[in-house]
Design a protein around this ligand. Structure first.
Ligand code: PMP
Ligand code: GLU
Length: 385
């Protein structure tokens, strides 16, 4: 009955385990969940106020597919101010979350048999969406020793005549690694003269701790032309449920294709969300964003210290995002089994590394309160010993 392409698709492991943990909690089980990539903070007040205002003013109708002009203008200004990128408002499309932006992009650019280079560990969704678009995910392994970053040499070795795209995520989900300007310049050098596109997923841009954030499209004009910059507000402004993502590219033909696709699938995104997003982009929510960032940094330091105190576990301190990618290799080489047993015996939910393409690790989200982090890691310690 079902199509081959949908049968090939795997459910998002991050969503599946987060849902399982939520259901167990609802049944009254003592479960501590470190599975979801979702801030525990509420959406900042200024954003809610703007949403209420929009609702009261009756902004409840269809809008242009890409978004209302004032929103596209706000995104264009944000990209210039924060990232040094000059995208015209007409080169930006908003979608129902960055996941939807990625879907539109891959459907529009990836042809059957095209190869897409994905550094592993990767966010669960990339290979699934690439395959769904007919492409072939080519994973390039990284480990904790290299700080979970691919080198220019690794990239060069992975390129073939069929390579269509490279997906770069900085800061990374699930490792929190952040590429420096120099590392991005080296990557840019490898891509020079090729016709390979770069999908730059900048979802965790604002959640960065000891490093400077650099947009790969800002490295050179050559990189600007070949890069599609993808971002959203789910993580940085605690707006996961509002469903807001966007992408930008200077290539008009690509913009038109993605708009056409969205016009036949989802139309515009929620009109209230569009108005609410403006203060999140124009600087009015910066104080709230900074408050959350500092809280995440404190939790990161706490969690890294506690995990590295456990015999048999180790973790590289992440420079961004809100995940620890914990090395469990001394204990187990079956991260699925480790995660299942940990949930069954100790009521602690984490995501198996295998879901991110790297066996021997589990992902622990520290986007939760300190008390839960302390209790959760205490239970992990008991489990491991
Ligand atoms: N990119 C990365 C790296 C993510 O972790 C997520 C998390 N959901 C997304 C994109 C998509 O987020 P959203 O669809 O909520 O905008
Ligand atoms: N991106 C988040 C995560 O990695 C949310 C779930 C999802 O969309 O995959 O947990």
């Amino acid at each position: 009955m079902l199509t081959k392409r949908v049968k090939r698709l795997n459910e998002s492991m991050t969503i599946a385990i987060s849902t399982l943990a939520r259901n167990l909690k609802a049944e009254g089980k003592d479960v501590l969940s470190f599975s979801a990539g979702e801030p525990d903070f509420d959406t900042p007040e200024i954003i809610k106020e703007e949403a209420i205002k929009a609702l009261k003013k009756g902004f409840t109708k269809y809008t242009a597919v890409a978004g209302i002009p004032e929103l596209l203008e706000a995104i264009s200004l944000k990209l210039k101010r924060d990232n040094g990128l000059k995208y015209k408002p007409s080169n930006i499309i908003t979608s129902n979350g960055a996941k939807h932006s990625l879907f539109n992009l891959f459907q529009s650019l990836i042809e059957h048999g095209d190869e897409v280079i994905i550094p592993a560990p990767y966010w669960v969704t990339y290979p699934e969406l690439v395959r769904y678009s007919g492409g072939i995910p080519i994973t390039v392994e990284t480990t904790d020793e290299s700080g979970f970053k691919i080198s220019a040499k690794q990239l060069k070795d992975a390129i073939t005549p069929r390579t269509k795209m490279l997906i770069l995520t900085t800061p990374s989900n699930p490792t929190g690694s952040v590429y420096s300007k120099k590392e991005l310049e080296e990557i840019a050098e490898v891509l020079k003269g090729t016709d390979i596109f770069v999908c730059s997923d900048e979802m965790y841009e604002k959640l960065i701790y000891d490093k400077e954030f650099v947009s790969v499209a800002s490295i050179s004009d050559d990189m600007f032309q070949r890069t599609i910059t993808v971002n959203g507000l789910s993580k940085s402004v605690a707006m996961t449920g509002w469903r807001f993502g966007y992408l930008a590219t200077p290539l008009d033909e690509l913009v038109d294709a993605m708009k056409k696709l969205q016009s036949q699938s989802a139309s515009n995104i929620n009109s209230i969300t569009q108005h609410a997003a403006i203060p999140a982009l124009d600087g009015r929510a910066d104080k709230d964003i900074e408050f959350m960032r500092q809280e995440f940094q404190k939790r990161r330091d706490l969690a890294v210290g506690l995990i590295n105190d456990i015999d048999g576990l180790s973790v590289v301190k992440p420079d961004g995002a809100f995940y620890l990618f914990i090395n469990i290799k001394e204990i187990s080489n079956d991260s699925m089994n480790f995660a299942q047993e940990l949930l069954a015996k100790k009521g602690v939910a984490v995501i198996p590394g295998i879901g991110f393409g790297s066996e021997g690790y589990v992902r622990f989200s520290f986007a939760t309160d300190e008390k839960s982090i302390i209790e959760g890691i205490k239970r992990i310690k008991e489990f491991v010993s």
